[in-house]
Every structure is written in C-alpha cells, then in structure tokens.
Design a protein around this ligand. Structure first.
Ligand code: HEC
Length: 180
C-alpha cells in the first residue's frame, strides 16, 4: 500500500527506510479488527440439495484443496483460540496450470501458483459487488461455473470429474456453494 510502518520500514518505490507513517498501535488495531470480523455461516445446510452438493464436492475431490473444516491453534484472543472453522481452504499454494499463469509473482511462488481461496461467504459475495461474481485471483470468472472451468494444473482432474457429472449433480454443487 506504500505506507511504511515498523513492520514494513522500506518505501516500496524508493527502497529507502523512511519514518513510519502509521504507528504500531494503529497497525495492531486494524489487525485486531480484521481478525475478529465474524466469519459467514452456511445457510440452509440441511436442505437435501445442499447435502447432496456437499457430498459430490468431496467425491470429486474439490475438498482436496478447499478443505471444509480446520481447527485453529492457540490464540491469545479467546474467540479465535482452538476453534473449529469451516473455511473451505487448505491455505496452500497450488500450480493451477498455464491459463492462470499471468507471469506475476510474490515471494517464492511460481507464476502459475495460487493460494486456495476460502469459499466461506462465496454465495454472499455478489451482495457487496453489485449483484455480480468476480472470481479467481483477478476477478476474471463471472460465475461459479466459469471459475470451476478455469481450474487446471493440479486441479484439472477434479474439474474433469465435475464435467462428467449430470446436470442435476452439477447444479447441486453450485447450489451448495451458494449456501456457503
Ligand atoms: C488443486 C487444488 C484445487 C482443487 C482440487 C480445486 N480447487 Fe478451486 N481453487 C483453487 C485455487 C488455487 C483457486 C484460486 C485460483 C486463482 O485465484 O486464480 C481456486 C478457486 C476456486 C473458486 C473461486 C473462488 C474465488 O473466491 O475466486 C471456486 C468457486 C472454486 N475454486 C471451486 C472449486 C470446485 C467446485 C472444485 C471441484 C470441482 C475445486 N475448486 C477444486 C484450488 C483448487
């Protein structure tokens, strides 16, 4: 963001170390605010179509990367400590194939590697985006179906299995994803 702090003391443009532009307290307050925002909760989880969609999601191994359930470690913030959460991500990098290789990298990631995005809140995201989806790292997918069709590399097998499902099975998966 081009704002220096004691956590990131170097100015990104000049490379010079310049006076912290925000205080440690402000940075910590923003971190705490973001950490404690409530996670979206699945809606209508008992609906048979969502149950079917969730089972298929595991059967075709979408869950291999979009891990349905994780447990947090210790946190001094008790609301975050040792909690079972349902983020639908393994938080890891995966090689997603040539079509998603945009030649850009951060850190040690390869240019075709992306971190699995959490799918919690997926069905709510259009509410804050003018009724539209903007999915994948640069928002290129305008629907969940399109996002699935863009999976390549390590995720290709799972996409191929999705394509082999019949129409009602496919729509059960989409229905389930919109309930997250
Ligand atoms: C090999 C790991 C892997 C598998 C398997 C996988 N995904 Fe993903 N998924 C990813 C990654 C990584 C991204 C982000 C790619 C990007 O940002 O360009 C992603 C993005 C998505 C998105 C867009 C989310 C967003 O916020 O932009 C959806 C929806 C999604 N996956 C659904 C699925 C479904 C459904 C399946 C099963 C057919 C599946 N994924 C299988 C790794 C995987």
């Amino acid at each position: 963001m081009g704002i220096t702090s004691t956590f990131t003391p170097h100015d990104v443009y000049s490379g010079h170390t310049i006076d912290p532009e925000v205080s440690d307290k402000t940075v910590r307050d923003v971190v705490f605010y973001l950490q404690t925002l409530k996670a979206p909760i699945q809606r209508d989880s008992g609906n048979p179509i969502n149950v079917q969609g969730k089972n298929l999601f595991s059967q075709i191994n979408c869950s291999g990367c979009h891990t349905p359930q994780l447990k947090t470690g210790f946190s001094p913030v008790s609301a975050l400590s040792n909690k079972t959460i349902y983020p639908y991500t393994d938080m890891l990098l995966h090689d997603m194939g040539n079509d998603l290789d945009d030649g850009y990298t951060e850190g040690f990631a390869k240019t075709s590697e992306w971190r699995t995005p959490a799918l919690w809140g997926l069905g709510l995201s259009p509410n804050s985006q003018g009724g539209q989806y903007f999915l994948m790292h640069d928002g290129r997918a305008k629907s969940i179906e399109e996002a699935i069709m863009m999976h390549g590399g390590e995720a290709k097998l799972s996409k191929d299995k999705f394509n082999l499902l019949n129409e009602s099975e496919k729509s059960a998966i989409i229905h389930f994803l919109k309930s997250l």
